[in-house]
Write a new protein. Structure first.
Length: 274
């Protein structure tokens, strides 16, 4: 199997991204343009909540591109830390540590890639002759804030089970006669938060949950179709996307295990107009 990218997992071939996305040639795509703190974003959104955020320099030159999927539920979380990346893209594309809340209590933690802070999360700074310029607000302003976000998993591995019993039968094994620790049928492990040998963490995780909704979507980007599911997790429902090259389609009421990159689309930050 050829190596897949996260763009493939929402039906966008990388070569098509390089050639440029033309919403006029594809009426299924909605297009919006957002000014961020360090660059413009062209946001192309398909009818199934798939999207790509393309950052450019205002002159049409692409700087960054990030796939998104926002079909899951709205999570409440607090920001534990923001891991600043390399300028000039760090502010809009930083990794953050989140504590996911359930009934106001911390249910689990994760690291996610956030990409969509809007231009209103800025500060005005006085310059010479009374002129003002907009500068990126400091990262520290988000620490401790409560956010509303839709969390998605771009799955690198997927396993499908028709029933909860089938999941447990497949995942419970023995080692030298002793039963190993097994994960619950609604579980999540933020594996990327364990540092590697260089001390770095990453927005990756794995889990399992019952399928609340699912389907196979035709690409809004004129690429291959893709599978998707909304899967119950601790604190809400994740959106999960994967390629048919990886696994078949999910079945509503079944169980889905996944492993992959975690993204989060912020919709509100308490005390900050985003």
């Amino acid at each position: 199997m050829t190596e897949l990218s996260n763009f493939d997992r929402i039906g966008l071939r990388y070569e098509d991204l390089e050639n440029g996305i033309d919403p006029e040639a594809n009426p299924r795509l909605a297009h919006s343009k957002v000014m961020g703190p360090v660059k413009w974003y062209n946001v192309f959104t398909g009818p199934n909540s798939e999207a790509v955020w393309v950052g450019d320099d205002g002159n049409g030159n692409m700087l960054t591109a990030n796939p998104m999927f926002s079909k899951g539920s709205l999570f409440a979380a607090t920001v534990d830390a923001v891991l600043e990346g390399q300028e000039p893209y760090a502010f809009l594309e930083a990794d953050v540590h989140l504590s996911i809340l359930e009934d106001g209590e911390v249910a689990t933690r994760t690291q996610a890639l956030m990409v969509n802070l809007s231009s209103r999360a800025l500060e005005d700074q006085k310059g010479w002759f009374g002129r003002t310029k907009q500068v990126s607000a400091p990262f520290e302003m988000f620490t401790g804030k409560t956010v509303q976000a839709r969390i998605a998993v771009f799955a690198h591995e997927v396993a499908l089970y028709p029933t909860e019993e089938a999941f447990y039968a497949d995942t419970t094994s023995t080692l030298e006669g002793e039963e190993q620790i097994s994960y619950g049928s609604t579980s999540f492990m933020p594996s990327g938060m364990f540092p590697n040998e260089d001390g770095q963490t990453a927005p990756y995780g794995f889990g399992t949950g019952p399928v609340q909704d699912c389907g196979t979507a035709p690409s809004a980007f004129n690429g291959p179709e893709y599978h998707w599911a909304v899967v119950a997790a601790i604190g809400g429902n994740f959106g999960v996307v994967w390629s048919p090259q990886q696994a078949g389609a999910a079945v509503k009421g079944g169980y889905l295990s996944y492993s992959g990159m975690i993204t989060a689309q912020w919709e509100h930050v308490d005390g900050i107009d985003t």
